[in-house]
Design a binder for this molecule. Sequence first.
Ligand code: NAP
Ligand code: 8YV
Length: 319
Amino acid sequence: MSDSRIAVLVPGKIHPRVLAKLEARFDVVALERGESPKIDAEAAARIRGVAVAGGFNAAWIDAFPNIEVIANFGVGYDGIDVGHAASKGIVVTNTPDVLNDEVADTAIALLLNTLRQYPQAETWLREGRWASEGPFPLSPFSMKGRHVGIYGLGRIGLEIAKRLEPFKVKVSYHTRSERDSLPYDYYPTLKSLAEAVDTLISIVPKTAETHKVINAEILSALGPQGVFINVGRGWSVDDDALIAALGNGTLGAAGLDVFYDEPNVPAAYLSLPNATLLPHVASASVPTRNAMADLVAENIIRWFENGRAVTPVPETPGK
Ligand code: NAP
Ligand code: 8YV
């Protein structure tokens, strides 16, 4: 470690492109994750920036008295105690916009897979059942004529809405504040949206307000022809209610990219034929992850170059 270079902490694993870009300019200090960081006070005091994929809680923030900036790999920064960071004047950054297209594409693909059962149809072919048993059964659902509700019409939600237009489906949404000048109907509550639509896509952040809000009442409002898609956070879903609704036909089908306690997926989902499951891959392409990695590094580089982060989160607007 050279004393003349700024020290930046990387706890746990991060995209190699972040590491390469940071190592070119800073002393990168890699630490294993754990309850508290294993580092002596002198080394901890040298750390001025953090690049992290995953969590960085209050205990970790407090262990490094001179942190100025925490750059999160991902647009969702729920793993970082942003309130605590803000109270200490630390700027938190995330990776908005560069992943909008990829995540929106995944939402549409997951919706089509859930409605039309394409993954199961491919398995049918690969297992030789087309030749031995005949055509794959007709899918119970179709995209045609659906009314899709988007729960969260932010950067990604809007891209999902735009992608739905060529499918000739009706699109409505719920957010806390109505958005201006959009051709989609606004519903002031999640329940009123769920009652109006037959397809619900969740793309809201993990916050105290969004905890387990996709519950039995919302699923029952969607109904037996109803479909629920989650590309936001598993935190927003009451898994017991969703598993019951899928099992007893209260809800038609669900497509899930995100789960409450990743990578642990409740076993009940695996045995439900009307659940289509992905291992949190919505942004997981080489080009999009490269763009996210570049933005993480850029936030730290710009902060130490001119005191301005590129994409600070609203709670810590920076300078
Ligand atoms: P964003 O631009 O901040 O949009 C969030 C939207 O959710 C806004 O429209 C916001 O509108 C709405 N919202 C927030 N809290 C709400 C509440 N309590 N009730 C109703 N609406 C609420 O964020 P984004 O960039 O689109 O990303 C959204 C989230 O997607 C991320 O935070 C992350 O958790 C998730 N995500 C998942 C993946 C994946 O790999 N599956 C990838 C990227 C992102 P109002 O403020 O007006 O309510
Ligand atoms: C990533 C995501 O899978 O950006 C987010 O909020 O959920 C995804 O893009 C994740 O952040 C990678 O660590």
